[in-house]
Design a binder for this molecule. Sequence first.
Ligand code: BGC
Length: 746
Amino acid sequence: MRSKRIFLAAAVCCGTAALGPVAANPASTGLPWMDARLAPGERAGMVVQAMTLDEKLKLVYGYLGADLEWKNSKRPAESRLQSAGFIHGVARLGIPHLWETDAGLGVASQAGPDVRPGTALPSGMNTTATWNPGLAYGGGAMIGAEARAFGFNVMLAGGVNLVREPRNGRNFEYGGEDPLLAGKMVGAQIRGIQSNRVISTLKHFALNDQESGRTTLNARIGDQAARMSDLLALQIAMEEGNPGAVMCSYNRVNGVHACESSYLLTEVLKQDWGFRGWVMSDWGAVHSTVPAANAGLDQQSGMPFDLADYFGPPLKEAVLNGWVLPARLDDMARRVLHAMFEQGAVDHPVKPAPESFDRKAHAAVSLADAQEGMVLLKNSAGALPLKKTAKRIAVIGGHADKGVLAGGGSSLVTAEGGNAVAGLEPKSWPGPVMYYPSSPLKAIRKRVPSAAVSYHDGVDLAGAARLARSSDVVLVFANQWTAEALDVPSLSLPNRQDDLIAAVAAANPNTVVVLQTGGPVTMPWLAHVPAVLEAWYPGSNGGEAIAAVLFGEANPSGHLPVTFPASEAQLPRPVLDGYPEVKDLRFDVDYHEGAAVGYKWFDLRGEKPLFPFGHGLSYSEFALSGLAARVKDGALDVSFAVKNVGKVAGKEVAQVYVAPLGVRWEAPKRLAGFQKVDLKPGASANAAVTVDPRLLAMYDSASKTWQVAAGDYKVILAADAAGSKALSQVVHLEAATYDVRGKRLR
Ligand code: BGC
C-alpha cells in the first residue's frame, strides 16, 4: 500500500492559545482605529495623527525590564519582572505597552531570583536539523503561547545568523549554514509564535556571525555575496514568517554599525524587501541619535545598555531642530503601530495567566522536536538501537545522571525543577551553565528495568575504562557548552572528553557516543566507536528524547544543517579573528569566502568534511527514485519518489541540489529544495519541490535583480550534500531576470 504522509501542514501543539479579550470596539471607545476591519496601515496612520510628539517619542524608546545594579538602574514599574524589554504604550489612545521576552527557545528570564519556569525547546540547530517546517511552526506556537501566558506580547526570537563560523557561541540559537533551510525553518517558527498574537522579531540583522568582538568587529563583505548568503536567509525568513519586528545587530558591516546602516535598514530591509514593521536595536547596539534614526533604526531597546539615551531627550532635540524630520519620527512610530495592529497586540491584549498553559502538552512538543532533530551520525555493526537484552550497561560522563545541557546567554530558559547541575563555571553571565532535570540515565534505566545500569562521571579516565571493560555496552556522553558572548576556542570537545571517549572505546569496542553540542565538533576517536548520536541541546525533555532514540522507540530522522569539518584548517578562517577577545579592540573580519558558506566552501575547495551538510542516518533504509526535473515558464519543478525499503517506519529528508554546468556560481552547487517524508516499511511517496528562482540566479547589485544565466544545470536528488544515493538530471534554463524580491521581470 502506498502511504503518503508529507509534512506540509503545521503541527500546532496545544490548540488555540487563549488570545485574550478582543479590544473594545470603536463605538464604545470613540477611537476609530479600534475598528479591526480596517487595514493595519490605516489604523496605524490614524493613531500617529492623534499622537503628541512626546507620545511618539515614548513609543520608540525601550527599557530593560530588569534592574541592573552595575548601571544603578531600575526597571520601569509596569515592566514584567526580570524581563528583556519594555516600551510604554499610550493608554489614552488604547495602545498597550510592549512587554518583551527572549527568545527563540522559550520564555527566558533575566538574571535574578524570580525566574519563570517554562518549557525549553531544543536548540534552534536541533529544530533546523528536523528539516520539518511543521515542527518548527509547532514549536513556535508552543513558546508563543507561553509568552502570552506570562504576559508578553513581543518575543525576541527568529535568530537566523548563518553558520559562517562553526566556533560561534550562538550557533545553537540559529538555523544552520544554508540560506534556504535556515530561512524556511526560522520563518516557520516565527509564524508559529505570531499565531498567538505575539509579535516575533527576526534577528540579528545582519552578519553577526561570531561573538568574539561582536560589538566592535567589522564584517567585510560585498553586496552581492551578502545578498546571496546571510541576507538571503533573513529575506526568506521574513517572507515566510512576516515578523513584526527586526532586531539590528551589534557588529559593524563594511565600516558602519548595523543599527545605523542605511544600507541594511533602509535600502535592503525596508525598500528592497518591503518590510513594514519596525527595527529595534539589540541591547546596547545604538551609537548615535541622528545617524541611527535617519539610517532607519525605529526604536532603541534595552536602556540602560547603550552609552547614552540616544532616542530619549536627544531625539526630541533632533526632531525639534529638524535634524531628524518629523516625518521620520512619524514613520518610526507608525512602524511600531503597524506591527501591533497587524499581529494583534492591540486587538488581543495580553494579561499574565502563567498557569493557563498545559505544561504536559508543551513538554510533548519539546520532546517531539528533540527526537526528530537528533542526528545519527554513525551506526555500524548494528550498535543502535540498543537491545533491551543487554545485562550490563555503562553510562559515562556528561552529567547524564542528572540532566541535559542547555546553551547559555539571553535565550536560556529555566525549566521546571531548576538547574540539575548547579555551580558549574561560569555561574554568572553568560552562565549559569544549566542542565535541565531530564536525566538520560533515569530514562535509560526505566527502559531496561532488569539490566544493571551503572553510572560513572568520567572524570577519572582509568575508572571509566574499568567500568567500560566490565559492561556489555557503553554509552558515553560528551558535552560542549556554548553561549552568547563567547565563542569556543576550537572545535575539540572540552575537558579531556576526547581522551575519555578514546579510553572507554579502547576498553570496550561496543561504545556509543552521545553528543550534546552547540554545533560541529571534531572526533579524533571516530574510527574506534561504532555509533555516534548528535543530540545538540535537546531541551527540557531531552533525557527522555535521547533514551527514546537510543532504544529505537523514535527512529532518528535529523539531518545536519551544518557541515562538520574534519579540522579547523579546512575553514575559511582557520584561526578565529578576535579570539580571545580583547576588550574594545576594533578589528575586521574579512569574509573572503563571500557567499560560499558551509558546504559551498567545502565543495569549492574540494575539502572532505568529517560529516557533510544534510547527513543523517535512520534505523530504516530509504531509496530515492523517479527524479523528474521540468522547466515550465522559467520555473524549475522537481518531482521524485521516496520509498522506505527498511523494516521500521521512519522519515527521510530528500534534498534537491542544483549545480550549474557552464555557468559560474559562488560554489559548485546549492541546496534548492527539500522534502521530509514519513513512511511505513515498504511504503513510498511522491514528492515535489518548486525551486525558488533566486537559488538558480546570481544577484546583480547594479540592477538589483536576480539573473539566471542561460545554460545547462544539473539537478541532483540526494540524501546529503556529499551526494549519497544521488540521482541526477540535466535541465536547460533560459536566461531570466527576477526583481530583488524574486518576482519575474523577464
Ligand atoms: C542579545 C539579543 C537579546 C537581547 C535581549 C542581547 O544581548 O544579543 O539576542 O534578544 O540581548 O536580552
